[in-house]
Design a protein around this ligand. Structure first.
Ligand code: ZN
Length: 267
């Protein structure tokens, strides 16, 4: 059976030399759309940091009352790197589509680095890569985010949405130290219908298989995901869309992966 991305001949655009040079987004308009969609679907919003014109907010969706299945707490974050526009766009689409399982309690941070998006830069205004700032945080953004995280309950699952300008397809990092039923293959299977998978055996210097990387937990690592796996959750995934492909393809990939992970009721 032909896959959609094969029929559409989705290919690398060849624009990314030394960094991301593809489409950019208006993050102010994007965040207004996120706020409107979240309000329309009954989410609550908590501002946990402000700088200049921007507010950092966490969205919360309660699990459905009367759900027979046990409530599952899921954390989703996007937009920590300002040159990865598919991530906040995927968060927006997920809120607009509103296809969450009844028993899912969702904590969603739609954009952790809005200032980065104003100049298509990975880092914040001070040049700090926020996703390397969760061990001994120096940035106001990471400090405020960690303070917010400390006020939250433990999560059953985390999903961090990213893009990689060098990759040849979608891939993901899995953290699953207790050997719980993995969601990795299910996410790859869903994504490959809409976007190529990076099948290289080495990605970002790490061993990979079928688009899945399973790094050992190293307590000296500094990304958000390592903070989450050591402090807040026992299973989680960092999702990487290939940013040399069309933006719509990358948003489709991230949305497909998140939706596949929401199938946890049947794992
Ligand atoms: Zn990233």
């Amino acid at each position: 059976m032909a896959l959609l991305h094969e029929i559409l001949r989705v290919q690398k655009l060849g624009k990314n030399h030394g960094g991301y040079h593809g489409e950019t987004i208006d993050i102010r308009a994007g965040l207004r759309a996120v706020t409107a969609a979240a309000q329309a679907h009954g989410w609550t919003s908590e501002i946990f940091h402000e700088a200049g014109e921007f507010k950092w907010f966490a969205l919360h969706r309660k699990s459905g009352a009367g759900s027979k299945e046990q409530s599952v707490r899921i954390y989703i974050s996007a937009g920590i790197h300002g040159d990865e526009p598919a991530a906040p766009l995927a968060a927006l689409r997920l809120i607009q589509e509103n296809r969450w399982p009844e028993n899912a309690e969702i904590f969603l941070l739609p954009c952790l680095n809005p200032i980065g998006f104003t100049s298509n830069k990975r880092e914040n205004a001070e040049g700090i890569d926020l996703n390397r700032d969760y061990r001994h945080p120096k940035s106001a953004e990471a400090r405020a985010h960690i303070a917010w995280l400390k006020r939250q309950p433990k999560f059953d699952l985390y999903l961090c949405l990213h893009e990689d300008w060098e990759s040849h397809g979608f891939y993901l990092y899995e953290q699953n130290p207790d050997g719980k039923p993995s969601l990795a293959a299910k996410m790859i299977e869903a994504v490959q219908k809409v976007c190529p998978i990076d099948l290289n055996e080495t990605i970002e210097g790490r061993a990979a298989q079928g688009g899945i990387i399973q790094p050992k937990i190293n307590p000296t690592e500094r990304p958000e995901a390592f903070y989450l796996i050591t402090q807040k959750a026992r299973q989680g995934y960092t999702l990487e869309a290939p940013s040399d492909f069309p933006l719509t393809t990358r948003v489709n990939a991230l949305v497909a992966a998140v939706n596949a992970a929401m199938d946890f009721n049947h794992r």
